[in-house]
Ligand binder design. Sequence first.
Ligand SMILES: [Zn+2]
Length: 405
Amino acid sequence: MAPGIPVTCSSDELFSRTLRILADLVRFDTTSHKSNVSIISYVKDLLTSCGVDSQLHWNTRHDKASLIATAGRGGVRERGILWSAHTDVVPVDGQIWTSDPFTLRVTDKLAVGRGTADMKGFIACCLAILSAAAIDSLTRPITLVLTYDEEVGCVGARQLVPELRKRSEQAIGCIVGEPTGLTVVVGHKGKQNHRVRFTGEAKHAALAPEAANPITTASALAIHASSLNQRFRSQGPHDERFGIPYSWINLGRVEGGVKPNIVPAVCTMELEVRALPEQGCDDISSQLRLYADGTLLNQMQAHTASATIEWEQLSDTPWFAIDENHPFVEMVTATLSKPTPPEYVAFGTEAGLFWGHAGIPTVVWGPGSIAQAHAPNEAVSLDQLSTCLSSLQKLPLASTSQTSP
Ligand SMILES: [Zn+2]
């Protein structure tokens, strides 16, 4: 069997190093609305000190960056593996924590802190291994990809797609280290968030029969969404691999109006589409848009010529589905996973961008539970961190001849 990744320290040392790195990572408050430059600089410096160069890919405001770093050149034709994670975390606002969320607390079983499960625990494992690896022994390179703004719609990863596509020929595959409890995940639905703004004209309620009412129009869109949902549920498409085997539109927020005696000028609605791979979010959101921009806008403008309906797409997480029998899935399942079949999950990840958009075979696999992610007192179990370390080291990336016994 092909050998794994050789490291220059004991497993105890590697584990302590992982916790030290995790403590550093948790200390950076990388809530999505803040800059991630500090954590990216930390990772870049750490990798530089191990002889690994990093490439940064900045956003247009130059306050956030993704990082791509490759360790080990391998043979010219040897394809490597990617480890990927997002650096941003969700806010702690309104949550009750028993300790500072940005100071790592280690108990006898858990590492507690914002991002420990989603996904700084995985990043710490990757960095600990890279910093301890006998890099010259790697015949297949390891590329670390860290992104920003995953939690607000995979913004950083989407920007990286052209760069990843260039690297796809050189990649065996990618592991996206979202918290799956170390089970290999091969699929999830797509997700899009939209804000729809209905605008009419404020008027005395006595004149309501002659006015376009944005709240009424928003309600009509809600009823239309509901009828589409009933159709998805009863007529499909259906895909039994998913816990809820059909697509759905969720109306998450409605805001508008002042008082009963005023026809409102504006109503805003926010909705989320979750779609099966074979259906896709675009198909569903364009059905909604067609109805709004045609039927509903005509009805509004019949009363108020200046009425408008504006759509804003707030986020887009593409669906992800890879064949369970794909050679990369079989390789990682055999190497990394518990002896359980690959699974499908309800939450979204960046995996669809790596596989569907950039053409790199991908699985989602990482320490921690999704039930812990985004929650107060977020934690990852020390056992899972330890298993993550030993599993990643088993990946067949070094040659027998160059590996020390
Ligand atoms: Zn995540």
